[in-house]
Structure formats: C-alpha cells, structure tokens
Ligand binder design. Structure first.
Ligand code: NI
Length: 517
C-alpha cells in the first residue's frame, strides 16, 4: 500500500464515519427529548436513551478499510430486480481471527440478502466503531436495504468484539448469559411500552434483542434495536440503557471477559488515542484510553486490489483464487461470461476442441474479456487409456484450432477426469504442455445443485486454490455470482491460471499455488 492509497483510504474512512455519525445521530434525535426526562428512574430500570455517536474510527491506529461493490443482475439467483451492492469492511492489524469473523458476518449478510430478498434494489454494508476503551474493541456492522419505489430502507446492526491483546472474538449476542435473557427482555419491553415505542401486544424478538449491545465502562450497556428486527413504533432505531445492576449479574463468561477488558489499562505507550466524538453525557463508551492496534503494515488479508489482465495480482502477497470452467464452450458459457463481466473477475476456460470448433465466437469472447483459455483435449478421452500418438493428436488438433481462432497456442492442458499417469505426464510434457489440475472440486455435474457448488467451493477455498466447475451445466454458473461476492468480501483476488503460476513448465503438475509436482 502506498502513502497515497493510505491517504485515500483515510479520507474514505473519514467520509464514512461522518456519514454513519450523521445517520445515527439523525435517526436518534427524532424523538429522544421525551425519552431521557425521567429523573427518578430506579437503578434497576431500563431507560430509552439517545444513541450516542460512535467512536471516531480515524483516531484509532491499525484499522484498515476495504470497500467493494458490484451488481447482481436481474435473473441471477432468481432475482426479480438487479441488486446494486456495496460493502465496506474493516480489518484490524494483527487480528486475523477477528478480521475473518467480521468478513464472514458481512459476507453472510450479503449472501442471505441476495437469496432471501429477491426484490431489493440496493444493499449497503458499512461499519463503525461502537466501543473502543481499555483493551476492548467493538465493530458495528450496519446493513441498509432499499426497494424500488419505496422511500424506506431496512436497517440492521450488529456489534462484534475483540480484546486488543488477545485472539478472542465475541459477538454481541453472546454477552448476556442465556439464563438471564428473558428477564432482560421483559425489562426492555416494559421500558419501550412506557415510552409508547412498542406496537400493541407486541413482544421483542429475544433472539435479536442483544445483537448490538454496546458495553459501557460503568458496567452497564446500551442495547440498539432496529425496526427491521423488532416491532418498534415510529422509530427505525431505539437505544435502551441497561443499568449495571441488571447487566453485571447477567453477563456470560465472554461478557465478563469483555467488561474487564473495557476497564483494563491499555498497553502503554499508546500510539494514538481514540476520542469519543459525542459529548460525555451521551457517550456510551469512554474511548480516550484505547491504545489502538499498532501501525504495522496491514495484513495481506485486507489488501484486495482489483485484478486486471495487464496487471496481475502478486499472489505471494494477496489471497488469490482461480475459478476454472471445463468442457465448454456450451449452453451456459455466454451467461457465465455476463456474470464474470459484471463482477470484473477473470477466469480460466478449459475448452474441448470440438466444442470450440462449434462455437469459435464464444472462445473469442472469453479471450477478449480477459479470461485465459487452456486445452481440455479434442474429444475428452481418458488419456491413461489413449495411445501416445492419439494423445499427440488430441492436443495438437485443439492447439491448431485455437491458433486459428484466438491466435494463441495455450501451453497448458487439463487432462479429462484429471486422469494422469507417468506416461501421460511425459507425453504432455513432450508436447510442451503443463498439466493443470485443481484442488477444490465443486462436483457440480454430480450434485446438480448451485447451493452445493457454493458450499463446496467455500469449504475448500484457501489462498492459491484452483476451483473446478463446468460451463456446460447450469449449476456452476448459477453459483458463480454469489460465490464471487462472498470470496471478494473475504479478501480474495481472482486470477487466471497463467497469472497464478507465471511461467508454466511442460510436464509439471499444478494442483494449487503451493502444490506443484
Ligand atoms: Ni472435463
């Protein structure tokens, strides 16, 4: 990351924090005058309070901002509307476990949005700091969904915590011990009724009542509720102050750990201090003692530059993944190319020669749109059962065709079925071919299910992985948009096979970036 990029990221961060602050304050001032007036509230009562401004993320060292955006087209994954999505995520120096948890939470938000709400037109995910004090640090993720023709946006928020000198990750929902939740929910319900903020006869959804719990240095907590998750009247967001007398006995083990971290002295000397931007009387958290996370270079995880064919990612420093599609061109190739173009993601196509001969325009389009093309033989035989001279003709015939179609002779082949032995390896090597295998098999042709393709790809993916799918069946292309969105939000960069390996050597076998024989 250059200095200029850091500056740009900082500026974006500032703008984002400002926008979040304005939004939260704007939402919380709507009816808060009536809320904080009771002066005689007993120490064990829940109170409706204004939601404080979030801590100033730009004052905390060691945070990195990673923004992505894209479009899911109408028809993709059964969508009735195109979905414009933006995702802004934070990563913290040296806290890989926390970073992964935040990224997975964000990816799951987006994936469930895309599959469950097929009519939404836009989706925005952003973040802010909800707690930064002592050694405790909490990130709030906020998603906003809009529908065409509706002025209302649906807002959901959740806070996730870590402790600056440990590897723990605690979602807000785990702070309150399960045996105490119903008592707290009852107290919260009473406070909302008293303030006329709950629909008649409605009850709070206990499963979502503690998703955004902001711990306070005095031992209390602020619960942020949204009208998306709860039957609130008149308000999109409501803050409920839970006093220490209610919170302390209800804390889970993780909650107790966090509360202690909140009161702990940060490791001195602090490189910079986080400052609460809100007035002290409304602030839920003290931020002035938080030491930050150090200013080391950001982990590769957060660096997700957009790949360009002319400027491939350096896979020794970023998390690369190669999507590969076999057996085409076929019925689903054009649609797949549309999806890849939407996400600006390159892939590698292992074409069967006779299919390429039938659809030269699709092979031309693959190359023209920045993808790589490899050889998958002329007619897809098992090469271990094919004579040396027939292997030569399978490769040469396909290579000749591609030379005349796309002016390229690919120096690499994927053997059909992945079937190789030492004779086949030698024969392909003597034809100048590197052997490209895979290490994540989606088994799309066998399971015939896009969800399974998506699940298997995510279960197997790792930096440097090669993922196998097919563009002659629908299930791989069906899963591709959602898979790309999730992988991008986890920091992956997409590369072609030549970009992943650089020079491909004849006769060598490539299973992944780190497994080459
Ligand atoms: Ni095949």
């Amino acid at each position: 990351m250059t200095h200029l990029e850091i500056r740009t990221a900082r500026t974006r961060l500032h703008a984002l924090v400002l926008a979040l602050t304005v939004a939260l304050v704007g939402l919380s001032t709507g009816g808060c005058d009536d809320a904080a007036t009771s002066s005689a509230t007993p120490a064990s009562e829940v109170e409706v309070v204004p939601i404080p401004r979030i801590a100033d993320a730009s004052a905390i060292t060691g945070l990195h901002h990673n923004a992505q955006q894209g479009t899911l087209a109408e028809g993709v994954m059964g969508r009735r509307n195109a979905l414009q999505w933006t995702s802004a995520m934070v990563a913290v120096n040296g806290h890989e476990t926390f970073n992964r948890a935040i990224a997975v939470t964000g990816a799951d938000f987006l994936a469930s949005q895309a599959t469950q709400d097929k009519e939404a037109s836009s989706y925005a995910l952003d973040w802010g700091v909800s707690v930064a004090a002592g050694k405790a640090f909490g990130v709030r993720l906020r998603s906003q969904v809009s529908h065409p023709g509706s002025p209302q946006t649906r807002v959901t928020t959740a806070t996730t915590y870590t402790v600056s000198d440990s590897d723990i990750v605690v979602p807000s929902s785990a702070i309150i011990d399960a045996t105490h939740r119903s008592d707290l929910v009852a107290a919260m319900t009473r406070a909302l009724r008293k303030a006329n903020l709950l629909e008649d006869n409605a009850t709070l959804n206990p499963d979502k009542a503690f998703n955004d719990l902001v711990l306070r240095v005095d031992g209390g907590a602020l619960a942020v509720l949204t009208s998306t998750d709860q039957p609130l009247l008149d308000r999109d967001l409501v803050g409920l102050a839970l006093p220490p007398a209610l919170v302390t006995p209800a804390l889970s083990r993780e909650g107790t750990t966090l509360m202690r971290a909140l009161a702990a002295q940060p490791d001195a000397p602090a490189q910079a201090s986080a400052q609460e931007t809100a007035p002290a009387d409304t602030a839920g958290t003290a931020g002035e003692t938080f030491a930050g996370f150090g200013s080391a270079d950001p982990a590769p995880f957060v660096e997700a530059p957009r790949p360009r064919t002319s400027e491939p990612a350096d896979c020794s420093h970023v998390r690369c993944v190669a999507l590969t599609y076999d057996d085409g061109p076929g019925d689903h190739t054009a649609r797949l190319l549309d999806i890849l173009k939407q996400y600006n993601v390159p892939a590698t196509f292992f074409v069967i020669g006779r299919h390429a001969a039938a659809h030269p325009e699709l092979v031309s389009r693959e190359v023209g749109e920045g993808h790589a093309v490899g050889i998958h033989t002329w007619s897809h035989p098992d090469l271990t059962k094919t004579s040396d001279s027939d292997i030569a003709s399978q490769i040469t015939r396909t290579s000749d065709l591609l030379a005349s179609t796309i002016s390229t002779r690919p120096p690499f082949t994927r053997p059909p079925y992945g079937a190789i032995n030492s004779r086949v390896t030698h024969a392909l090597g003597s034809l100048g071919q590197g052997i490209i295998m895979w290490d994540v098999d989606t088994e799309d042709w066998r399971n015939k299910n896009a969800q399974t393709v998506y699940d298997r790809a995510l279960a197997g993916v790792h930096p440097g992985a090669i993922i196998l799918m097919h563009d002659v069946h629908r299930w791989g292309p069906d899963a591709t948009g959602r898979l790309i969105a999730t992988l991008k939000s986890r920091g992956y960069v997409f590369v072609t096979i030549p970009q992943l390996f650089g020079d491909i050597q004849p006769g060598r076998q490539y299973f992944s970036q780190h497994e080459i024989h």
